[in-house]
Design a protein around this ligand. Structure first.
Ligand code: ATP
Ligand SMILES: Nc1nc2c(ncn2[C@@H]2O[C@H](COP(=O)(O)O)[C@@H](O)[C@H]2O)c(=O)[nH]1
Length: 242
């Protein structure tokens, strides 16, 4: 059961004074394949000791190289050690989860262990209270990489994150990226593309996101991501000095 991981009270009941001092979390959303993990990998690499990734729970099967509960990294590590190429830059980033059964997930939802949960492409996903608390306890900027249902549910909490949407330049390019990533079956790919169409439409709803970043040129998208986060980054860097 995930219940044992959750000893502390939830973020929605955090002490207000402490919450004021805590860095604002970041919600990163957008279609599967838009490039969220790619951008996050760079961000976490450039700013060590500033961000912490909220490790979600999911009922989907792990992809090759994905491990239980580690966060965000590049794969495969053994290859990185044996090559001169900067593989971290050319391989897709692996984003880890707590991989659990449906029963465990449902039990956790039932006992109120999740801030939000959603069904996406036939699998369950959720952000546990503990995953956010673990990061916030270290005074780091907590990053939640979640789908649109998650965004809407987080809006009902008092987490008060910065909301960022990462969008592909077009459906055609998204499909190509997802196919080239070689992580999905045809069925899963079609489900993700269906969800992407809705996501692309909704993302421009006024007030939903603080910024919508079109990830066409990666450098440009990364520059925009940094610019929206720099104030919060500098606050954490300042407080790390003291
Ligand atoms: N600007 C870009 N130009 C070309 N390819 C890109 C760009 N950004 C990301 N990619 C590639 O597109 C694929 C999807 O990116 P990534 O895995 O980061 O998406 P994601 O949004 O995290 O997807 P998911 O939600 O399924 O985890 C990867 O293979 C990545 O290398
Ligand atoms: N609502 C939530 N959505 C989540 C969570 N963790 C991941 N996700 C989203 O799921 C899709 C697919 O992810 P993948 O790893 O299977 O490609 C993607 O859009 C993620 O943002 C979560 O805890 N809650």
């Amino acid at each position: 059961s995930i219940h044992s991981e959750l000893q502390q009270p939830l973020c929605s009941s955090f002490d207000t004074q402490k919450a004021m001092a805590r860095p604002r979390p970041v919600v990163l959303s957008g279609p599967s394949g838009a490039g969220k993990s790619t951008l996050l990998k760079r961000l976490l690499g450039e700013y060590e000791g500033v961000f912490g990734f909220s490790v979600s729970h999911t009922t989907r099967n792990p992809r090759p190289g994905e491990e239980n509960g580690k966060g965000l990294h590049c794969l495969p590590l053994y290859l990185e050690a044996t090559t001169l190429l900067p593989l971290a830059d050319v391989l897709p980033p692996a984003r880890d989860y707590h991989f659990v059964t449906k029963e465990v997930m449902q039990q956790g939802i039932g006992t109120g262990d999740f801030i939000e949960n959603a069904e996406f492409s036939g699998n369950m996903y959720g952000t546990s209270k503990a995953s956010v608390q673990d990061v916030q306890a270290k005074n780091l900027i907590c990053i939640l990489d979640i789908d649109m249902q998650g965004v809407k549910n987080i809006k009902k909490t008092d987490l008060n994150p910065i909301y960022i949407s990462v969008q592909p330049p077009s459906m055609e390019i998204l499909e190509k990226r997802l196919r080239d990533r070689q992580t999905e079956t045809e069925e899963s790919l079609q489900k993700r593309l269906d969800a992407a169409r809705t996501d692309m439409e909704i993302s421009n709803e006024p007030g939903l996101f603080d910024i919508v970043i079109i990830n066409d040129d990666l450098e440009e998208a990364y520059r925009k991501l940094k610019s929206v986060l720099i104030e919060e980054i500098e606050k954490v860097q300042e407080s790390n000095k003291s």
